[in-house]
Write a protein that binds this ligand. Sequence first.
Ligand code: ADP
Ligand code: MG
Length: 394
Amino acid sequence: MTGHPAGRAATDVAERATAGFRQEYAAEPAGRWAAPGRANLIGEHTDYNDGFVLPFALSLRTVVAAAPQPGRTWTVWSELSGETVTFGAEDVTEPGRVTDWAAYVAGVVWALRDAGHDVGGARLAIASDVPLGSGLSSSAALEAAVLAALVDLGDLDLPVEKQPRLAQRAENVYVGAPTGIMDQSAVIRCREGHALFLDCRDESVEQIPFDPAAAGLTVLVVDSRAPHRHADGEYAARRRSCEQAAAQLGVPALRDIDVTGLDDALARLDDPETRRRVRHVVTEDQRVLDTVALLRAGRVREIGPLLTASHASMRDDFEITVPEIDTAVEAALAAGALGARMTGGGFGGCVLALVEADRADAVADAVTAAYAERGFTAPTHVTVQPAPGATRLR
Ligand code: ADP
Ligand code: MG
């Protein structure tokens, strides 16, 4: 993102992790593992309704330099806090003993042990280019990079398709943050030049070609930097409302309502707000399917209107956007974006816009100008291309 402290973004993230390791531990790391941030191309608040999502991995990454350490002790340093935290086996027998940022690391150790893996002690040094708390999933990037390191160092038998669930448990149970399976699936399983079509009901995945650059396009990600207003409570309320609607309609989840049956379903709900919530989820699932169909056919330019329709649905029916976010979308579209939408859970976070590669700067400038006009804190932005998921660096 633009606006990173200059010294940090100036050096490659893998080099910073290695340098941090050398400085903290006066030794060489045994290896380096990277995991990306992610953006969801389309499919918002569909995950907990057993529906569809379509995330892709970003070129912004978190890198862990690591080496084994004798005994059952883990020491972790992050350039972001500049502090070193050490924890032992007694801290990973139950959730909650390690708190704050190191809980994401201890959570991975806990989840591995809880699944019966004999995790060896390790020293870890972490550097990241994924902005924290912007909705690009720095938390899953951290979990996935640490998990990849511990699995390789300990030669643990944990196939990649089982890793997202384990990383999610670290975050849900150890850290105590309720999230769906999308973030961890994306940062672990995404491939370069592809988006990951994930069915949140059975967790099956399909790699969908998504290569904007080949079509002369790029994805502009704008961090609204809007404060997350009541995001936790609002998330819980949306979830509750979807679950209650599914119960009223007599289906296991809203995913079981098809767009062709939407009007009938809506007619059976008397609360207008609930009707709007259901309409968002059902139409959003369909927009994911439509986007997948276009991408499979190589028609990447044509997904723009679906992105924009998704945004309108989040704004008007699901009511999870804020003025900063709507302003970014409107300004991007007015400046020629093919489509634009908020990405992530809402109430702040990022907007993504599909733009002609040579228009990216102009669109970003238009968003910045619109923010200045309304007196909002200046946004930051970056252009991204679909990148690989978690991997060991050579
Ligand atoms: P998001 O995942 O959208 O970035 P979260 O609130 O889920 O936001 O996760 C952000 C938290 O993850 C941070 O507050 C911090 O505790 C932890 N975290 C992520 N990346 C790092 C890192 N590189 N170093 C230390 N902590 C990190
Ligand atoms: Mg997160």
